[in-house]
Design a protein around this ligand. Structure first.
Ligand SMILES: Cc1cc2nc3c(=O)[nH]c(=O)nc-3n(C[C@H](O)[C@H](O)[C@H](O)COP(=O)(O)OP(=O)(O)OC[C@H]3O[C@@H](n4cnc5c(N)ncnc54)[C@H](O)[C@@H]3O)c2cc1C
Length: 463
């Protein structure tokens, strides 16, 4: 989409006069911190402006004015995305949802919360917890990322084994479409099959089909406090084997997370938890089924770990120690950053193929002499190989590209996916067709064409 200077300045004047109370950043230094997400290695455009709507009618007006001026729109939550979805586009308007962060209603009788999209995931959880309620999806970035970003990425987290991903908790959305009109896709009904399931077209659409301005989410009563166990293994393969055995044992722990030796050392350097640094891998297993049931569940998990060759299995001494372990796992990426530039990737395989996928990652990284730390949501079959490079290594970029390509192809050969939870954005575009096939991508393009015929919303992302 090409926009003339006159159209651009006309749009800025129209935004300022129609929405005089709205924060509108135009200065290059002011918009700089809204150009990137957590994929700083991707190149970002220079937005025309960044605006901060407070209500749906502001978003309607922004989209209507942008459509009239032929200016593209990039929706933005907290910018923690790991596939480049919120990365700025030259000459586009970035719409930050950070000021649309009000919880509109907590409804204990229906076990729902209705919220604006800019609320931070952890803040929403704290608010519903005050009513004895619980919103399960919790990306490791939960203290930073927004519900809007979670919806647009269909994010996962550390509780997916038991509770599923964001999509499983959405009852309805309010969405501003590319022409500035507003639709609602559902409400508080648990069962509602009127027409096509539009909610799930927008969940995971990465800001390319509409701007989510409100969401009604399902809640649960707060579960009992968790029991936490960690198991160390001599090799990554043995830990992978334990994941398969735990899954096959018929228990559903709330958390089943893996860290390899490289990640254990990095995390222990930062958090000083006394982890077994001689181990090849570690699993963190948690149960939230309540005291005795949780004991039983962890006993089954312990047996599976021992059968897979665990070198030691320990329980967190108390809730505080469990919390430290959880925080350390959430901070795995940050800890790896101490070793060099850390670039987190995201692949998934059916859970039974985890041991093979771990072996593939190890083999491919070794062949390309690339340091890789692996951690992730092993219980979901979702791994985050994290490439560590020296800033001044001129060959690193090319080697990472080769490693990525081989890892994605290995995942696909195992029936997996090139992205389990971080999305396609800019980072995985090249592999979308390889996974889904030409015809399926054609269908996606038709949906995009029907909802956004002029390619106004986040153009160049996903496809
Ligand atoms: C340390 C770290 C750990 C992470 N751990 C996890 C994890 O465990 N699981 C996981 O799934 N992800 C994880 N992520 C990735 C990231 O946090 C998630 O993708 C998160 O959902 C992004 O939310 P955000 O608010 O930062 O969105 P942004 O990065 O700002 O945007 C993400 C996408 O959503 C779109 N978008 C944002 N708001 C709206 C809206 N209102 N309407 C329409 N589109 C919108 C944007 O256009 C973009 O395409 C992690 C990231 C980091 C840095």
């Amino acid at each position: 989409m090409t926009t003339t200077t006159d159209q651009a300045s006309g749009l800025l004047s129209a935004l300022a006069s129609e929405l005089p109370g709205m924060r509108l950043l135009q200065d290059a230094s002011d918009v700089e911190s809204y150009r990137f997400d957590e994929t700083a290695y991707l190149s970002a455009g220079h937005p025309l402006a960044v605006c901060f709507p407070r209500q749906t009618s502001d978003v309607e007006a922004i989209v209507r004015l942008c459509a009239a001026a032929g200016v593209s729109i990039v929706a933005r939550g907290a910018g923690t995305g790991l596939s480049g979805g919120a990365v700025a586009i030259d000459g586009a308007i970035t719409v930050s949802f950070m000021h649309m962060n009000a919880i509109l209603e907590i409804d204990p009788a229906n076990l729902t919360v209705t919220t604006q999209p800019g609320i931070i995931n952890a803040e929403l959880n704290r608010a519903v917890a005050a009513h004895g309620l619980f919103y399960p999806p919790d990306p490791a970035s939960f203290e930073m990322c927004t519900i809007g970003g979670n919806l647009a990425e269909n994010s996962g987290g550390l509780r997916c084994v038991k509770y599923g991903v964001t999509r499983d908790w959405v009852l309805g959305l309010e969405v501003v479409l590319a022409d500035g009109s507003v639709i609602r896709t559902g409400g508080k009904n648990i069962k509602d099959v009127a027409g096509y399931d539009l909610t799930n077209i927008f969940v995971g659409s990465e800001g390319t089909l509409g701007l989510i301005t409100e969401a009604t989410l399902r809640l649960l009563p707060l579960p009992p406090a968790k029991l936490t166990m960690i198991a160390f293994f001599p090799t990554v393969a043995a830990a992978g084997e334990a994941v398969s055995r735990i899954t096959a044992a018929g228990i559903v722990p709330v958390t089943l997370e893996l860290m390899d030796a490289f990640t254990i050392a990095a995390v222990d350097d930062v958090h000083q938890l006394g982890l077994d640094r001689a181990a090849g891998a570690m699993l963190m297993v948690e149960s939230d089924t309540g005291a005795e049931a949780a004991e039983r569940e962890l006993a089954v998990a312990e047996e599976a770990c021992n059968a897979a060759g665990a070198s030691s299995v320990v329980r967190a001494a108390d809730a505080q120690e469990a919390d430290w372990l959880r925080q350390a796992r959430r901070a795995a990426h940050g800890s790896l950053e101490r070793a060099g530039v850390a670039r987190m990737d995201d692949v998934g395989v059916p859970r039974s193929r985890i041991p093979e996928m771990l072996a593939n990652i190890e083999r491919i990284a070794a062949a390309h002499k690339l340091r890789v730390g692996v951690f992730g949501h092993a219980g979901d079959g979702n791994l985050h190989p994290t490439y560590i490079l020296d800033r001044d290594d001129p060959s690193a970029e090319a080697r990472i590209e080769a490693v990525r390509d081989e890892i994605y192809r290995a995942a696909l050969e195992l029936g997996g996916t090139v992205t389990g939870e971080h999305g396609t954005g800019l980072a995985k575009k090249r592999w979308l067709e390889l996974q889904r096939g030409t015809r399926a991508v054609d269908v996606m393009r038709s949906i995009k064409g029907a909802l956004d015929p002029n390619g106004l919303l986040n153009p160049g992302k996903v496809f």
